[in-house]
Ligand binder design. Structure first.
Ligand SMILES: NC(=O)c1ccc[n+]([C@@H]2O[C@H](COP(=O)([O-])OP(=O)(O)OC[C@H]3O[C@@H](n4cnc5c(N)ncnc54)[C@H](O)[C@@H]3O)[C@@H](O)[C@H]2O)c1
Length: 497
């Protein structure tokens, strides 16, 4: 098919899906009402995907919303159609309080879906103005991920999280600021709790749903959970092959490359026998996590999802690897007596794998061209869930298996990946409106059942599956391998040498 015909076919497909995604208005439940001003910062794949959901499920008018973004990726005209105000501006350290400050006050809401705008600066401004806040990852100002004058430890997500959480005491009891609440970080913290309760039920642990952090930690320990992977396999594919010199992905390419260039990080479990040869502890903060002295873009681990089976994913650093490990830590005095190892094990779409291969070969110098695939996706699913290992039934995966076709039916302007992010952005906003004075919170501290209730209609099939898979399966048969046969759940066994 000629290039233009192909493009037209993709657009027609997306338009038809958009139309199909518009059931009778009465079918959309309004979860809450909002009367203030809402400022959305950034209007990329997630901003564009979440806006229709906000208008669908929150009783408010489009005229209450302003989008601030430095580029108009075709969004300006769409926004005008919606009746939303568009301000074309790049937020910087110098103009932040002037540009954003005049647009927010007590009871307003900032929805940060940008890259390169420091979350901590936004949180401080919101707290000072009395506005609510949500983001999907803790972003620094430009260069924060790749400043060679910073130590590896200070370029980590551990450090970004530590700096954000330091604002807690300063703004105790202030307006709710939800930190890092997309799919992962975000939704996966709620999946972990649901998965633990399912394992408890299936293994004869009679428990009431814990109501405290200590209670959740004790349940994780009593179930014997040693390792938690955020195990994700994205099989969405465009008919147009990746070209040499371009990065193709199903969500933010800048976001992915930035976090992929950070050190591989993981919550470090108390069952681990030895620190990896390149593993380092931080000399500040909660001590729940370590980092490897290498970027996540070329650090692989073995993992498993129900549809894909065994595969290798990348340890891209994420807030949830640290927050979950920290949340479930039990202490004996100062010493951690229980903590699971937690990290991301991500297989992005195949065209992103080729893009990563290219960028790694050029020592992380990013390609000049980017292609975010949404309308042109031909097929595939995003299988995103949590894999809890070490308990009586071995391994248990719980998560969403959302296909591109179903995503298109459920909501406009989305692919499967973005919808898995946009649903928890929506639920995080609603939760914040329902709990407006909670101060700074992470996903782990929010009501998981309320968030899941709001997200579920947008996640496609959400399934739980047990498996006898371990990272030792099929190992050491043809070549000698550095494995610990006595404990399958050691990080050493998961890591791809
Ligand atoms: N938690 C999760 O599951 C999850 C998943 C996907 C993305 N994210 C995060 O969400 C954020 C948005 O992702 P995306 O896929 O929409 O990214 P994107 O790259 O598609 O869009 C980013 C947007 O930020 C805007 N922007 C860049 N610099 C800006 C500035 N200085 N001021 C204002 N706006 C600016 C861009 O113009 C663009 O509109 C990223 O931080 C990403 O890492 C989180």
């Amino acid at each position: 098919m000629a290039k233009t015909a192909k493009k037209a076919a993709g657009q027609a497909r997306a338009k038809a899906a958009r139309k199909a995604a518009r059931p009778a208005k009465a079918a959309y439940r309004k979860h809450t009402a909002f009367g203030g001003r809402m400022v959305m910062i950034g209007f990329g794949s997630i901003g564009q995907g979440v806006l229709p959901l906000i208008l669908r499920h929150i009783d408010m008018k489009p005229s209450q919303i302003t989008v601030i973004s430095p580029e108009d990726r075709g969004g300006g005209a769409e926004l005008a159609k919606f009746g939303v105000t568009f301000v074309r501006k790049r937020l910087t350290q110098d103009n932040l309080s002037q540009v954003l400050g005049k647009r927010i006050g007590k009871g307003d809401f900032v929805v940060n879906l940008s890259v390169e705008v420091a979350s901590t600066a936004l949180i401080e401004l919101c707290q000072e103005k009395g506005a609510l806040y949500i983001d999907t990852c803790i972003e620094p100002w430009p260069g924060g991920y790749s400043d060679p004058s910073l130590s590896v430890s200070h370029r980590s997500n551990y450090a970004l999280r530590d700096r954000a959480l330091a604002l807690r005491d300063k703004f105790k009891g202030g307006p709710t600021a939800v930190i890092a609440h997309g799919a992962n970080p975000g939704l996966v913290s709620h999946f972990v709790k649901r998965a633990m309760l399912n394992i408890a039920k299936d293994t004869g642990h009679a428990v009431a749903t814990p109501t405290t952090r200590q209670g959740w930690g004790e349940l994780a320990r009593d179930l014997g959970i040693k390792v938690i992977h955020i195990a994700e396999r994205d099989t969405q594919v465009s008919a147009k092959p990746k070209e040499v010199g371009e990065f193709v992905n199903t969500w933010s390419i800048d976001g992915f490359v930035s976090e992929g260039g950070q050190p591989a990080e993981m919550g470090w479990g108390t069952h681990e026998k030895t620190l990896p040869r390149d593993g380092v502890r931080h000399d500040f903060g909660c001590d729940a996590a370590i980092y490897l002295n290498r970027p996540g873009l070329h650090t692989r681990v073995r993992t498993w999802t129900p549809k894909e089976g065994p595969f290798q994913g990348f340890i891209i650093t994420h807030n949830e690897a640290i927050s979950l490990a920290d949340y479930f830590t039990l202490r004996n005095g100062k010493r951690a007596s229980y903590r699971p190892t937690v990290h991301y094990a991500y297989h992005p779409c195949d065209q992103a794998i080729m893009s990563m291969h290219e960028i790694v070969g050029k020592n992380l110098v990013q390609q000049k061209r980017q292609r975010l695939i949404v309308d042109e996706i031909e097929s595939g699913i995003d299988e995103l869930g949590v894999l809890l290992m070490g308990h009586a039934k071995g391994a248990y995966w719980y998560g969403s298996q959302l296909s591109i076709d179903e995503a298109r039916k459920l909501a406009p302007y989305n692919n499967a990946t973005s919808l898995q992010v946009c649903a928890p952005v929506l639920s995080g906003i609603i939760w914040a409106l329902e709990n407006p004075q909670a101060g700074l919170v992470e996903a782990d501290e929010m009501d998981f059942e309320r968030n899941l209730e709001i997200c579920m209609p947008y996640l496609g099939p959400v399934v739980g599956r047990y498996s006898d898979w371990t990272p030792l399966q099929g190992r050491g048969q043809l070549f000698p391998e550095d494995i610990d046969e006595n404990d399958p759940w050691q990080f050493r066994n998961f890591r791809v040498a």
